[in-house]
Design a protein around this ligand. Sequence first.
Ligand SMILES: Nc1ncnc2c1ncn2[C@@H]1O[C@H](COP(=O)(O)OP(=O)(O)O)[C@@H](O)[C@H]1O
Ligand SMILES: [Mg+2]
Length: 595
Amino acid sequence: MQQKEESSPKISRQSLREAFKIFEFLKPYRWQFIAGLVLLFLSSTVFMIFPYSVGLMLDVAQGKETAFDLDLSKIGLGLLVVLVFQGIVSYTRVLLFAQISERGTADIRNALYQRIISLPIVFFEKSRVGDIVSRLTNDVEKLYNTFYFVLAEFFRQVILLIGGVIFLAWQTPKLAGVMLLTFPIIVIGAMIFGRYIRKLSKQRQAILAETNTILDETLQSIHAVKAFTNEIFETKRYGQSNASVIDVSLKFASGRALFAVFIITVLFGALFFVIWTGMRMVQTGEVTAGQLISFVTFTAVIGAAIAGLGNFYSELIGAVGATERIREILATPSETEERPKATAPAGRLNGNIEFKDVQFSYPTRSDVPVLKNVNISIESGKKVAIVGQSGAGKSTIMQLLLQFHHLDGGSISIDGKDIYDYELHSYRNNFAIVPQEVILFGGTIRENILYGKPDATEAEIIEAAKQANTWDFISTFPEGLETVVGERGIKLSGGQRQRIAIARAILRNPSILLLDEATSSLDAESEKVVQEALHNLMKNRTSIIIAHRLATIREVDCIYVLEGGHIVEKGTHEELSALFDGAYSSLAKLQFEIA
Ligand SMILES: Nc1ncnc2c1ncn2[C@@H]1O[C@H](COP(=O)(O)OP(=O)(O)O)[C@@H](O)[C@H]1O
Ligand SMILES: [Mg+2]
């Protein structure tokens, strides 16, 4: 979806059909919408009383007989009534369309958010999130404008156009005939002429660009030009190119001059011709002076309507493009829709994890295999560490466990069942992850801890906070749990954020715990407190620990060493340390040297 930048100016029948589907969002407000259209129709037709009454008043002023014995004060009073009516109708109409567009676009925004947040991770990796947000904001804004006034204005101009033509055909049919025979031909002529001129203008641009290329190229490779003594050759080439610019430019100029003449003589000529015909008809008494004035005023209204239609038409095309992009996102399958067969409720898993010949590469870089053949076997309740160089694929293993991506080969099973067979939501409920960089949400400490279990009781929150070693510092804050952590948690130190994340995980009480370098970015002192908190958290659950500092994983049941997409060693700390020249002992040696 990110390839399509701006909507193309052409509309196909298919895209129109697509665009109409956006009206589904207006369905709940269809009665308001219809009422708005009726009011719009009323106010637009009533508006036509004004150009009509200009002529009528002139006739009355000249003492002509009219229907209902009208005099100027009666007409003035009538116009006043119409004005007030017009005001009330327009007010109600604008309010109605405002309500519809506000509510309709809010619905679209909600639907989009709900969809986007449920899309697979790969969607976010393929497109920059900022781009998605800004483009969608733009598109929704376009639809808002469409619902709010573009559609209404478009309809109004259509009504004025049709109504105006009908009125003229009824009041002054002969004059209307003369006008309708003259003007469309001129408009079409002007359009063709315009296109010809635009073509010439483009040609001129192209040749000018070519000329500048010669200038650019030769100046940049001035050494080559001089070394080959091609100064004269290049000067000639530049001169020729310049000469052809003049040729096209002059053609372009004469086209524009002709167009100006065309507008002045033909367009105004036609206008005067129509007025002249009208005057003759006034002279012969075929039409009254008032009717001629009405005619001219109406013609102006119709002309303005045609001009307006062009503008609103291009806005509508923009809205069609926006609709397509929005619908495209709404139609993208969500994580759960992608796997309709995964329905087995996971319940509370025991946490017997089995990686079998797992192969994986990220969809955005599918030519780079990250895991080539990974076998890991973890018994329920055991603690397992994964170590390896940065970039070895350790975090990837956790992402795969969380089902952020699909495997290229092999399988991962938990409690004897392929993980992709579990219903996703109940499956992920079994996990909690404490990452290296904890980013908190902008609210209070309480809200951030509750993120692990939104319905936890006060006692549970405090217990979790204590176990995570957060209670000491929380209770020193004057506002306690209600302390606002600031955007992304910047008001807290790294270690404090880490411990809040641990409290969150404790509250969640997962059956499988993932620690991705949870203490790597902490100083020695905070690491000790966090380690203690982690110790509480890991009790009695299957835990996978990625650790940068090997000292922190001495106690685990098994250590896997990941290298080049394979597990190259596995065993306890003692077993692996005993392997002289093994991958683990060289990692350990490296750390010892750095430290
Ligand atoms: N979202 C991603 N898209 C593409 N490549 C990725 C992505 N995440 C990680 N990688 C690449 O996959 C490899 C393993 O990354 P990772 O699992 O984060 O390593 P580790 O956690 O062991 O440092 C690296 O080469 C990294 O560049
Ligand atoms: Mg990592």
